[in-house]
Design a protein around this ligand. Structure first.
Ligand SMILES: Nc1nc2c(c(=O)[nH]1)N[C@H]1C(S)=C(S)[C@@H](COP(=O)(O)O)O[C@H]1N2
Ligand SMILES: [Mo]
Length: 558
């Protein structure tokens, strides 16, 4: 007997001790089951929304809608910390955070529906669904109830799934009661006092679990299929954006090939590839725009409002190309939220001239299809080549950089001047309208600050003793960089070798041969612009209008 006992379930021949342990574990079984039930229910609801999101460009997963509302409300200082911590992965971090909250909430809803009642669970889903529905129905662009359809039907699907799963468990529990009853009848002992009752319960539970497991498994399969189908449909929508195979026009006067002398040794590549170009925006999912559906409207305080299709825009105005360094206000000292590209497009001043700017207008607002807005002074158009850009480094704008068109304004931080997925340019006044980041604490106007950065060596690098080259970049868009100086170990400022200047709209590169001696050294950089202004050592945070202060790196030599 002792040899076979380990192979047979303790249920076959229970001792009283084993039985009470099993009874205790029933509580944890139903906790785990409740949590699993809740998570599965939520996943099923979200999968159904995901499927629906595949049917229309304006429908999306409610998780993204809720995420957007979080992005719109998160305090600016917290956003800056997130960008600092996660960089361009801030969105993935946000989605992971939302995912964890949803999972915990769903588990609690599941437990409540087993422990309390199905009704409590359904209320839980309703509250959750409402958050999704409201988030979707109030996008940045205004009230749009149709956008709430995936959230609405997803919640319905979750409620249905919960009801079904709870019923299948109830069914299982009934089977369990029946087994208890049967056993009591057989033994002729009152049910409540039967010590074997627990044994019977567990036996029935194990058998009945098959019912629940079958239901859960079916939901998981249907849900996964729905989600995968939604993703696939979405991918097809994305491809339908007609970017692939689109031929860009040539600039009327193409730029000359650049001289290799603009590139300094050990500085970042002068032109940032599209793949490496930083991405900062409030869009959790990249807007997918089909060229056939797209147009750009010039509206507000103009003599005549005009709308252009993509082809009209590029045929009615001269196509130009410009090399411009784009810079983000959230860039910290020494940071990499900036990049240089060759942009192709039409001049904003020419387009606005066609519409005719009314005399009272002082603000140009760029609106995105996703409701984002930038805003900058009409007086910015002082001859500098602000663009409605359609091309970036020789290809149509990549989707994440604003396909099919965006603003690029030299000299101003991106948040006030570089709206991606551009749909409308409105002429207005600063009194009448605050652009997206203004109520969130950023400055109304934001010219790019004079700054410089050391690219090589990196902070805390260990480098060998002997000759080496320090390299980096400096920028003061629309003014231009005159010179750059280094201070090693807080010694006197010394001039570095300046690379050739391409234009005053891009960064200028520099390098400095250095004979590194053993030990720990600090290297600090500062720049002087073409107006003779020397970069301030006073440190400022990115909030509210851009970081200032010197970039210093500490290196270990030897
Ligand atoms: N539609 C939209 N456009 C936007 C933003 C945004 O959040 N939404 N962010 C702006 C900011 S803050 C910057 S710095 C630039 C970044 O452009 P990039 O992602 O192409 O580098 O885009 C600007 N245009
Ligand atoms: Mo930015």
């Amino acid at each position: 007997m002792s040899t076979t006992q380990s192979e047979s379930s303790p249920l076959d021949n229970p001792s009283t001790d084993e039985t009470s342990e099993e009874i205790n574990s029933l509580a944890s079984i139903s906790l785990a089951k409740g949590a699993g039930l809740g998570v599965l229910t939520a996943a099923f609801g979200l999968a159904v929304s995901e499927l629906l999101a595949g049917f229309s460009r304006s429908w999306r997963s409610p998780v993204l809608d809720v995420g957007d509302r979080v992005i719109d409300r998160v305090p600016s200082w917290l956003k800056d910390i997130a960008i600092d911590l996660f960089g361009t992965y801030d969105k993935i971090a946000l989605l992971a955070g939302i995912g964890s909250i949803v999972a915990v909430y769903a588990a609690l809803v599941g437990i409540a529906s087993l422990r309390k009642s199905l009704q409590v669970g359904l209320y839980g889903i309703a509250i959750f669904g409402l958050a999704g529905i409201l988030s979707a129905a109030f996008p940045r662009t205004g009230f749009d109830p149709a956008q709430a359809i995936p959230a609405l039907l997803g919640s319905g699907a979750a409620a249905y799934a919960l009801t079904w799963l709870v019923r299948s468990i109830k069914h299982e529990t009934n089977a369990l009661d029946q087994a208890t009853h049967d056993q009591a009848t057989q033994t002729g002992v009152p049910e409540a006092s039967v010590s074997e009752t627990a044994t019977a319960n567990i036996g029935a539970l194990v058998a009945g679990r098959r019912g629940f497991m079958a239901s859960a498994g079916a939901l998981a399969v249907v849900g996964t299929t729905a989600a995968a189908t939604g993703r696939w449909l979405n991918g097809r929508l994305a491809q339908a954006q007609s970017r692939l195979g689109l031929a860009l026009p040539f600039a009327a006067e193409p730029l000359d090939e650049v001289s290799p002398a603009i590139q300094a040794v050990n500085a970042a590549p002068f032109f940032t590839s599209n793949e490496d170009f930083y991405r900062i925006d409030t869009a959790l999912s990249v807007p997918q725009i089909a060229l056939d559906d797209w147009s750009i409207a010039i509206t507000g305080m103009v003599d005549s409002e005009i709308t252009f299709t993509y082809d009209q825009l590029l045929s009615e105005f001269e196509v130009v190309e410009e090399d411009i360094t784009l810079t983000c206000v959230s860039n910290t000292i020494g940071g990499e939220l900036m990049g240089t590209a060759r942009w192709l497009g039409v001049r904003l001043d020419e387009v606005l001239e066609r519409a005719g700017i009314s005399s009272g207008a002082n603000q140009i607002v760029g609106r995105s299809v996703d409701g984002y807005t930038c805003g900058f002074p009409v007086s910015t158009l002082d001859g500098r080549p602000a663009l409605i850009a359609v091309g970036m480094n020789g290809v149509p704008l990549p989707p994440e950089h604003g396909f099919p068109a965006r603003l690029i304004t030299p000299g101003l931080y991106g948040y006030v001047s570089a709206t991606k997925w551009l749909s409308e340019i409105e002429l207005t006044t600063f009194d009448a309208f605050d652009h997206y980041w203004v109520p969130r604490g950023y400055s109304v106007e934001a010219p790019i600050k004079l700054q410089s950065r050391i690219d090589t060596p990196r902070g805390l690098d260990r480098i060998p003793v002997g000759p080496t080259v320090i390299g980096g970049v400096a920028w003061a868009q629309t003014i231009g960089i005159d010179s750059v100086q280094l201070s090693i170990d807080e010694g006197d400022w010394v001039d570095v070798d300046m690379a050739e200047e391409l234009n005053d709209l891009t960064w200028r590169q520099w390098s400095f041969p250095w004979d590194a001696t053993e030990g720990r050294h600090s290297i600090t950089v500062r720049a002087k612009d073409r107006n003779g202004t020397v970069q301030t050592p006073d440190r400022a945070e990115p909030l509210p209008n851009g970081a200032s202060g010197h970039h210093t790196v500490v290196v270990l030599v030897g």
